[in-house]
Design a protein around this ligand. Structure first.
Ligand SMILES: Cc1cc2nc3c(=O)[nH]c(=O)nc-3n(C[C@H](O)[C@H](O)[C@H](O)COP(=O)(O)OP(=O)(O)OC[C@H]3O[C@@H](n4cnc5c(N)ncnc54)[C@H](O)[C@@H]3O)c2cc1C
Length: 468
């Protein structure tokens, strides 16, 4: 574990860097910092050992005040605990597709990113090494200089059927172990708290982030950033009943898209884009009942399908990323055919809309949600029809309602060159305050269909390496 420090001792020092949060964005930023800097990590929650999480549940689940005017039931998931949502994530780790960085140029949709796939590729590789990702078969779509460190998990029966159709079906890249320091995934499908600790979490890998001169202040909340003459000079924190001012030469916020936005809104920063564009992907699930379908793969989510991902359709509606679940949530009802069910998840990207936003109410985040963009919903309708046509004479196809959440908080401090709209530059530096970094997927200008964590870890690492 990182060595702990108390509030009084932390107050007595002028730190080189203060980082809020201890999950992916915070820890990969820490990993990229030049050696020798004094770093204080400030974490709002406590450490919950893995055994405690398995025996009960992950503590620190946040509830948010919501002003939800959409008929679609909406939820957001964040945990204030050491390691944040790395404790409960499912460890699906695709890279973004090269086109995801150029949606405006290619399709006149959303915004381009200030950099492209090639600029991020070396950092993807480094994060994949730390997380010990397994995978294979995706290089023609998501180019890589070196092969995956660990081989893909075994395919399910559904994967085998789909992989006969095209090379655009392959193993999902994942940090659910298939070799390396952690026990291999046992494919039980209860990944939210992995009983054997097979997936990468900050808690089970903390030694890769440890280094001299780094200390952690636990159970302390960063409330705001102190700004003086266009520079961040410190943070205000609370710890129980106590409050304090801490000083540093560089500040980085890795508290997620909702809390980062709240901290910025409490600080003396004049950027109109703060809090605007809260978004995440949306999905639905399909069950395909047919004799060729079924589990028997090597991990909970064995496959990825990209046949509906990239193409001209993205000018009109979202493309679709398809996940193949080995862990089927419900078996077929017919005697003798219980396992003849394929389970797919169709995921689409949303477009950030200013109306979906984080504001403050009594100094705490208030989330206003008017609904997903038509671009996303049209993509799901299109995708469901296309997927249904992929199966020859299935016995039955079932479809669920939209997911309440993908647990991917994005868009509230977007990255770009225009301070009238964007909050941070390509290195996550706040416009007008170059020593304040605002990390995480809150900075994503567009959301892609792919899960965000590998990418947000890579952009945090790139920021620390190239901008400090
Ligand atoms: C059930 C579930 C499954 C998921 N599965 C996947 C997946 O398979 N693949 C994928 O890519 N993504 C997945 N995600 C999303 C993924 O977990 C997030 O993208 C990722 O955790 C974001 O990392 P982060 O560092 O930005 O923030 P978080 O993980 O949210 O961590 C924020 C940290 O900041 C701390 N903090 C908050 N406020 C303050 C404050 N004011 N002061 C100090 N500290 C503070 C928190 O305690 C926490 O440590 C999943 C999420 C959930 C909930």
């Amino acid at each position: 574990m990182l060595p702990e420090i108390d509030l009084k001792t932390a107050q007595g020092q002028n730190w080189d860097v203060i980082i809020a949060g201890s999950s992916f964005s915070a820890m990969f930023f820490l990993a990229g910092l030049p050696k020798g800097l004094s770093v204080l990590v400030i974490e709002k929650g406590r450490v919950a050992p893995h055994d405690e999480q398995v025996a009960s549940e992950i503590p620190g689940r946040e509830t948010f005040r919501q002003n939800n005017t959409s008929e679609h039931e909406k939820d957001w998931v964040a945990h204030s605990i050491f390691g944040g949502n790395s404790n409960c994530w499912w460890a699906c780790t695709p890279r973004f597709h090269p086109s995801d960085f150029e949606m405006k140029t290619r399709y006149d949709v959303a915004q381009d990113w200030p950099f492209g796939y090639d600029a991020l590729a070396p950092y993807y590789e480094e994060v994949e090494t730390v997380m010990e990702i397994s995978g294979g078969g995706s290089d023609h779509l998501l180019p890589r200089r070196t092969p995956f460190l660990y081989p893909p998990h075994l395919p399910s029966r559904t994967d085998k059927y789909l992989r006969k159709q095209s090379a655009d079906w392959f193993a999902q890249p994942t940090a659910r172990s298939n070799g390396g320091r952690r026990a291999p995934c046992c494919a039980n499908g209860v990944c939210t708290i992995c009983p054997i600790d097979a997936k990468f979490t900050v808690l089970n890998s903390i030694e890769v982030f440890e280094r001299p001169n780094v200390q952690i202040l636990m159970a302390a909340e960063v409330r705001s950033v102190r700004i003086e003459a266009g520079r961040a000079t410190g943070v205000s924190v609370t710890l129980g009943e106590q409050s304090a001012e801490l000083s540093a030469s560089t500040i980085a916020l890795g508290a997620n898209g909702i809390f980062n936005a709240a901290i910025l809104l409490r600080s003396d920063i004049d950027l109109p884009g703060i809090g605007l564009g809260l978004n995440e992907q949306v999905s639905l699930r399909m069950a395909i009942d047919a004799p060729d379908m079924g589990p028997f793969g090597g991990t909970s989510i064995t496959g990825h399908g990209y046949p509906l991902y990239e193409g001209a359709h993205r000018a009109d509606h979202s493309g679709v990323l398809i996940e193949v679940y080995n862990a089927i949530p419900m078996v077929r009802p017919e005697y003798g055919k219980w396992l003849e069910r394929g389970h797919l998840k169709l995921i689409v990207e949303d477009i950030p809309q200013d109306e979906n936003r984080v504001t403050l109410d009594q100094d705490e985040p208030l989330l206003t949600w008017v609904g997903h963009h038509k671009y996303a919903l049209d993509g799901l309708n299109w995708g469901a029809k296309q997927v249904s046509a992929m199966f020859e004479t299935p016995d039955r196809i079932l479809q669920t309602r939209l997911s309440a959440t993908e647990a991917h908080i994005m868009g509230t401090h977007r990255m770009g060159d225009d301070p009238a709209r964007d909050v941070v530059d390509e290195y996550h530096r706040c416009h007008g305050i170059p020593n304040l970094f605002v990390l995480g997927s809150g900075a994503f200008p567009s959301s892609s269909m792919a899960n965000p964590t590998l990418t947000l870890s890579a952009t945090a690492l790139r920021a620390a390496r190239e901008a400090l």
